[in-house]
Design a protein around this ligand. Structure first.
Ligand code: F6R
Length: 608
């Protein structure tokens, strides 16, 4: 994954690069580095560990002179996190510096070839091969050199490059890894994501695959791989830099949980017109919707969990068969493609490698693809036939909260639209559902007010080793998310089970004091889940239950109960997720962990 930045302008580059990298640390944070050209030499500083260390080493960048530079924050793929493997990487005589986000798949072969030609490698990275290839091809024309390297490397890359022999230029290029260019009145910038440049500009160019950027402090030129100049128009970023900052909260995750009411209503409101669901960006007429025979829902992690929920909603409400797939499985499982199938790819970042590959796989087989995506202009958004944006705004914490919640909303809206078009839900039902949908932001806000109570409960479980989450139907879907939220940020082992499945083996793990979180919001399954709660209770479990207001008899069995306000049964996941997110958050906080940046993880998983 990794984040890259670059700057060329009038100001000292290093402090600007460090500021930009700070906004990209969510992409990886095991090491960082910058290279700055002072007009005579390219100076570099790299360090294993968080960006803070690099910043201290360079006094916030002050000790590195020069007005052109590139920077990198790393999530290791090839070679362990170390100073040596940190970027930037150089050619042998340090006249070319490069930062890279992505993976060079044929690097072993290329490395061998370069070694045979006498090049020596200092790192274990795939990136270093690019530095040496650039050196090998460079005969005074940087643009030509870059295109030659592009023809040789296979895989994904966003690169920032500086050449000592071209002191007033900074180059960048991308293929399958994100890259943007910001044009500002203090100079020009490149970055993996918009927050890194927002302090200086809102005018941003989204770079497409195989486009090359050549910039000076006052000018930006774009080229294709044939070195033909391209015309590109900048987009204006509407959201504010504050949206990418913590705004007084201790962690981004807490801030983002609190942004859920707004994000949910921003995702709902534009799609409801006169009480009806209108999703123009779907690009499908009611007749086309009626022709769809099957839907694939494909995603990774939490986004996949929203697909598990959506299956229940689509099949129940719109009576259309849904196959849910993990993107990493779908892309290699050779599904049986049939006519009139729709694939829905769900992704916050829009850059998840497996999800993108699944999208391409589906498209190659003639399947129409709809993306449910948060990051505007991301790869999945661009490559899908149609895209429905979740208006969650930038999500920085590695553990998703508001993007997850808006993905659920997108699914509900689509299922309601499909039901409307297919005539499987009458007008009255849809009207009632719309009313309940509009109440969700207020209800989420109310549930967030419970945070102190949940924090108190969470603090009792800081030392626990195993937690089990149970539920049936949609409650199983939310259990998957509750379990992931807890384990990824608290490092406590947890698993989610369909409540009826536990007795087929796993119940042997339940012993005196084991924490079981049982979700029971589906009224028609409520009694069944209650029996399953009883089963674990008898074996010594301590049960925290999440259920609908009014289900007070659960208190006879469960030890601790959280009540959810009344909503449509299809929407309960949107409410049940709130106490589960808070629980995960407060366990992590109580254990003194870095909530926003859990170990071994990164926000945007651009490798398979
Ligand atoms: C967990 C989490 C991940 C992501 C997954 C997919 O909290 O955030 O499981 O949901 O990596 O990422 P996107 O949605 O960017 O495709």
């Amino acid at each position: 994954m990794c984040g890259i930045v670059g700057y060329i302008g009038e100001k000292q580059a290093a402090p600007i690069l460090l500021e930009g990298l700070e906004k990209l640390e969510y992409r990886g944070y095991d090491s960082a580095g910058i290279a700055v050209f002072d007009g005579t030499e390219i100076h570099a500083k790299k360090s294993m560990g968080r960006l803070k260390i690099l910043s201290e080493l360079t006094h916030g960048g002050e000790t590195l002179p020069g007005t052109t530079g590139i920077g990198h924050t790393r999530w290791a793929t090839h070679g362990a996190p170390s100073d040596m493997n940190a970027h930037p990487h150089f050619n042998q005589d340090k006249t070319i510096a490069v930062v890279h986000n992505g993976i060079i798949e044929n690097y072993m072969k290329l490395k061998k070839k370069m070694q045979d030609k006498g090049y020596t490698f200092k790192s274990e990275t795939d990136t270093e091969v690019i530095a040496h290839l650039l050196d090998y091809y460079y005969k005074g024309d940087a643009l030509e050199t870059i295109t030659k390297v592009m023809h040789r490397v296979e895989g994904s890359y966003a690169l920032g490059i500086i050449f000592k022999s071209e002191p007033d230029k900074l180059y960048a290029v991308r293929k399958d890894s994100p890259l943007i260019v910001g044009k500002s009145n203090i100079g020009n910038l490149i970055a993996s994501d918009v927050p890194a440049v927002l302090k200086y500009t809102r005018d941003v160019y989204f770079i497409e695959n195989e486009e090359i950027v050549c910039m000076t402090k006052d000018d930006i030129q774009f080229y294709n791989i044939d070195e033909e100049e391209l015309e590109k128009q900048p987009a204006t970023i509407e959201w504010d830099i504050d949206a990418a900052e913590k705004g007084g909260y201790e962690y981004f995750m807490l801030k983002e949980m609190y942004e859920q009411p707004q994000a949910v209503s921003d995702t709902i409101n534009p799609r409801i017109k006169e009480g009806k669901i209108v999703i123009d960006e779907l690009g499908m007429s009611d007749e086309e919707i009626r022709q769809i025979r099957k839907i694939y829902m494909i995603a990774c992690g939490s986004a996949y969990h929203t697909c598990v929920s959506a299956k229940y909603v689509f099949e129940g409400l719109a009576r259309i068969p849904v196959e849910v797939d993990l993107a990493s499985e779908f892309r290699y499982r050779h599904p049986i493609y049939e006519e009139n199938t729709l694939a829905i790819i769900v992704s916050q970042s829009g850059e998840t490698a497996d999800s993108l590959a699944a999208l391409r796989e589906a498209k190659e087989h003639g399947v129409r693809v709809l993306g449910i995506v948060n990051v505007v202009g991301s790869s999945i958004a661009r490559e899908a036939d149609n895209v429905m944006y979740t208006w969650a705004g930038p999500e920085i914490a590695v553990a998703t909260t508001k993007a997850y919640s808006t993905q659920l909303i997108a699914h509900y809206l689509l299922a309601m639209k499909f039901a409307q078009a297919r005539g499987t839900a009458d007008e009255k039902t849809i009207t009632e559902m719309v009313k309940d949908l509009k109440k969700l932001p207020g209800q989420i806000e109310m549930l967030l007010e419970n945070k102190k109570k949940i924090q108190k409960f969470a603090n009792r479980y800081l030392a626990t080793e195993h937690v089990f989450f149970l539920g049936r139907g949609l409650d199983y879907a939310i259990s998957l998310e509750g379990s992931l939220k807890l384990k990824e940020i608290s490092y406590i082992h947890s698993e989610a089970y369909a409540a009826g499945e536990l007795k087929h083996g796993t119940i042997s793990l339940i012993e005196e004091g084991t924490l079981v979180v049982a979700v029971a919001t589906q009224e028609e399954l409520y009694k069944k889940t209650l029996s399953n709660i009883q089963e674990v209770k008898t074996r010594g479990a301590f049960v925290m239950a999440v259920t609908n207001v009014g289900n007070t008899e659960i208190e006879k069995t469960a030890d601790y109960v959280i009540y959810l306000p009344k909503t449509n049964p299809y929407f309960t996941n949107s409410l049940a997720v709130i106490p589960l997110q808070l629980f995960g958050y407060y366990v992590s906080l109580g254990k003194g962990l870095d909530v926003d940046k859990p170990r071994n993880l990164a926000k945007s998983v651009t490798v398979e």
